[in-house]
Design a protein around this ligand. Structure first.
Ligand code: ASP
Length: 387
């Protein structure tokens, strides 16, 4: 290995250790502000032209994804290659139930993936929706962008397209995702007949309306980025997606949003992730934004486009993410004041600032992993409207 290569490897190892240390701290609830440089400041700025890459994932895989994406940026590579690498790391992780391999399936037990990619430099975009059996939908989306004159391919068409480029079809279920789905199928309704007969189940007495009066009380709260307790706890709907956004040393900007979508969704349902302007938007003159959470809200508000638009009007990424939360909450406030949406937005701008905001969930402040020339760190944004 060249001296430069081994130096880079050494640096990555150090980065990885730093990140792991940090993750352990998070897991133990020992997050201290001193370990999060600039975490509370509204302007998280680095020098213009300095590369950075971020993801909405804040777990260890998110850290590894950023480490690998950073290697590309640090070596002078493009934002486009960096976001693809970062997204692929998360997509192939079998432990991650929100994206790619091992993602949670739809109501029929079929894992249908949505992904989009946007290249600010060429103002080009590609996406796939309801794609089955391919672990890395973001790479298929990239080919849609680069090798067709279209933006979105869906279902069997997307699969045939992927196959034609040599992508291998694989069962995307892990033992864990299948067990979660089987369990959901047995528990999802208090009126259906899945699962063992009542007299063989160890249940409290059925409530007036159904088989299991305790189901709601036992249901764990779920929210953006959630993928814990899949097998041990009663299952409700789970959200989870990843956004990867990057600025390279030329100042070019790219982004990816990739997901297995809302768990147990109706067969064929497409969320916001493959819709340019909703789950992802990039403007090379301004910045990039991505969304996770209830896709239906994000589609209707064109949230990622709105965030980039607001940044173009002078708002920081942090403020623009909050603006999108505000927009959605205001719309629902007129319709149902008791409804609290649960989206999370992340954004970066051309100057290397970044931010995150979420609303309506009880899981604390939204986190994102950020890698720039300074550090690899987990940044906490703001939570609004927690209900
Ligand atoms: N936005 C995704 C969807 O609605 C799910 C998520 O981010 O949790 O499909």
């Amino acid at each position: 290995m060249s001296e430069q290569g081994s130096e880079r490897q050494k640096r990555s190892e150090i980065d990885r250790r730093k990140f792991v240390l940090h993750s352990v701290g998070l897991g133990a609830g020992a997050l201290t502000l001193s370990r999060l440089p600039k975490a509370r400041s509204r302007r998280n700025q680095q020098a213009a032209g300095t590369p950075l890459v971020v993801t909405s994932h804040s777990n260890e895989t998110g850290g590894e994804a950023m480490r690998q994406a950073w290697e590309i940026l640090d070596g002078g590579g493009t934002a486009l290659d960096a976001v693809e690498r970062g997204a692929n790391v998360i997509e192939v992780d079998p432990e991650d139930s929100s994206v790619g391999y091992g993602g949670l399936p739809n109501e029929n037990g079929v894992i249908q993936l949505d992904a989009s990619i946007m290249d600010g430099r060429t103002y080009n975009a590609g996406a796939v929706a309801s794609l089955e059996n391919i672990k890395t939908p973001s790479s298929v989306a990239r080919l849609v962008m680069e090798r067709t004159d279209h933006v979105i391919l869906v279902g069997i068409g997307a699969l045939e397209f992927a196959r034609s480029f040599g992508f291998q079809e694989e069962d995307l279920h892990t033992e864990r995702s299948r067990a979660a789905w089987l369990r959901w199928r047995e528990e999802h309704s208090d009126r259906d007949d899945w699962g063992p007969p009542d007299h063989l189940r160890n249940l409290p007495s059925p409530g007036p309306d159904g088989r299991d009066a305790n189901r709601d009380a036992n249901s764990g709260a779920t929210g953006p980025g959630t993928n814990s307790g899949l097998v041990d706890q009663p299952l409700d709907f789970h959200y989870g997606t990843t956004n990867v956004l990057a600025v390279d040393s030329n100042g070019d900007i790219s982004g990816i949003t990739t997901t297995s979508g809302l768990s147990w969704k109706v067969n064929g349902r497409i969320g916001d992730s493959p819709i340019i302007g909703a789950g992802l938007y990039v403007d090379n003159d301004i910045g990039a934004a991505g969304a996770t959470g209830r896709g239906e809200d994000v589609i209707k508000s064109c949230a990622s486009f709105y965030i980039v638009l607001r940044m173009g009007q002078g708002r920081t990424p942090q403020e623009a993410c909050e603006d999108a939360c505000e927009l959605i909450v205001q719309k629902y406030r007129n319709v149902n004041p008791n409804f609290f949406p649960s989206e999370k937005f992340v954004a970066v701008n051309k100057a290397g600032e970044y931010g995150a905001a979420s609303m309506g969930n009880n899981r604390g402040r939204p986190r994102m992993t950020v890698r720039n020339a300074e550090s690899l760190q987990v940044h906490e944004g703001t939570t609004l409207y927690t209900g």
